[in-house]
Ligand binder design. Structure first.
Ligand SMILES: [Ca+2]
Ligand SMILES: [Ca+2]
Length: 459
């Protein structure tokens, strides 16, 4: 959720762990055993059907995925980028193919989930590249501009997942088609959805049923604190957060965060923000939030987590200092942030999961992230979840895995996720990201983010 910071970025090369090396998964090398010690539960991905390092050789991803070499496919032109940013899988993104590519593989009939990996070279012959990706002749990614999708940065890795691809003819077909310039692809993987583990122990939760569905009331103060903030406090967000029931209430089985356009104090919008600090936290485990997202352009909704002790890894400020929105305190990003779900309605249905830490955050667009297409995110409820172990953070929508961030084993710079975090739910209006796709649509108010439940489970 935090996008802005004034701190110098730590050289990413310091943070590369031995386990980012390309490995032959069949050989048991010293590096292999290191990977297994660090992340035993990532060693085998049983849901994996097919993965290809487009334009390159065999590669083992930090999430344990074994990518096969791109052989036997003569489509397109192979190229190389040596300055990849924004991913733990740099070698995968360093090689690509450009052109109207096609890939096909015999698979059992069924439903599949596809993750595509893109990064654009700076030397692209086209000023702008726009292309679409098709799976089983259906357009699953339309008019993609890779660089624009990573805040106008070339070299930045982009991972996009699409779900519900149905194969009925025994062969999975993937195609790229250029609209302006040619298509470009650096890698892809295909999974079958795995059953959701429902055996976890519930630590704490709120179903937002309150005293009854007919009662309108404030969020339960035993678990939640409602923030009252001025406009522009963080991220240049346009809304003030209030504790009025107009902006935040439990109603009809949901927590409702409702944004309004209205003159309020020195701002033009109001909305709701709530957090569970010192009331509901966890260290490892899983958080599941079932929510329906707002649709109006300018809205920026978020389900995310911050440390219980924001000063855990701060170097220039201490307990009691104001740190949110501060340029002078490095509590953020040092102590970390986990964004389970972010959605800006100028890019409807494109849901993001992101981690921020001192090694990887907004500056230079080094933050690690994945995105997933959630059709009807503003119409239907979906379950947004993160699964957190000492070795990895894995991000899901409706049980579909779309992003894995691995503990590189090099300490807090890239893994400050070793202390308790709490949950934050908010609906921002505008801000640097909410306004990025055009002005706030004032005809779209009020806007609502509705949360059916928040459930925190143990490991
Ligand atoms: Ca590649
Ligand atoms: Ca509910």
């Amino acid at each position: 959720m935090r996008k802005r910071a004034s701190l110098p970025v730590v050289a990413a090369s310091l943070l590369l762990a031995a386990c980012s090396a390309s490995l032959d998964s069949k050989k048991m090398s010293a590096e292999d055993s290191l990977v297994q010690v660090m992340a035993p539960e990532l060693a085998d991905d049983t849901s994996l059907i097919w993965a290809v390092n487009v334009g390159g050789g065999q590669y083992r991803g930090v999430d344990g995925v074994s990518y096969e070499a791109d052989s036997g496919n003569t489509d397109g032109i192979t190229g190389r980028i040596d300055a990849i940013e924004g991913t733990q899988d740099k070698p995968l993104y360093e090689t690509y193919k450009m052109g109207d590519l096609t890939y096909a593989k015999a698979v059992p009939n069924g439903h599949y989930e596809l993750t595509f990996k893109f990064a654009e070279p700076a030397t692209t012959p086209d000023r702008r590249r726009l292309f679409s990706v098709f799976a089983e002749d259906k357009q699953v990614i339309s008019n993609l501009d890779v660089t624009e999708s990573r805040e106008a940065r070339v070299y930045s890795a982009l991972a996009k997942t699409v779900i519900g691809v149905e194969v009925t003819d025994g062969e999975l077909n993937i195609q790229l088609r250029g609209h302006e310039g040619t298509g470009l692809l650096n890698g892809f993987l295909v999974r079958q959805k795995q059953p959701w583990d429902t055996t976890r122990k519930l630590l704490w939760h709120d179903e937002f049923d309150g005293r009854g569905l007919a009662t309108v009331e404030a969020p339960d103060p035993a678990l939640w604190t409602v923030d009252v903030w001025r406009a522009h406090k963080v991220n240049d967000e346009n809304q003030a957060y209030t504790d009025r029931s107009k902006n935040i209430r439990v109603e009809g089985g949901y927590l409702v965060l409702e944004a309004h356009q209205e003159d309020y104090q020195n701002g033009a919008y109001t909305s709701g923000r709530v957090h569970s600090a010192s009331k509901g936290s966890l260290l490892y485990g899983r958080v599941e939030v079932r929510a329906r997202l707002p649709k109006g352009r300018g809205s920026w909704s978020a389900i995310w987590m911050l440390p219980e002790d924001p000063f855990k890894y701060a170097s220039n400020c201490q307990t009691g200092d104001a740190w949110q929105g501060s340029e002078n305190c490095d509590a953020w990003p040092n102590s970390g942030e986990i964004d389970i779900m972010e959605h800006v309605a100028n890019d409807m249905d494109n849901v993001h999961g992101t981690v921020h830490n001192r090694g990887y955050y907004g500056i230079n667009f080094e933050q690690r992230k994945g995105s997933i297409n959630v059709e009807g995110a503003g119409e239907e409820f979906h379950v947004y979840a993160v699964d957190w172990t000492p070795n990895a953070l894995r991000f899901y929508v409706d049980g579909s895995l779309y992003f894995t961030y691995k503990n590189e084993g090099e300490g807090w710079l890239a893994w400050p996720y070793d202390h308790p975090y709490h949950v934050i739910l908010n609906l921002a209006v505008g801000g640097i990201w909410g306004r990025a796709g055009g002005p706030i649509d004032n005809s779209a108010f009020p806007q609502r983010m509705e949360i059916d439940y928040v459930r925190a489970y143990g490991q």
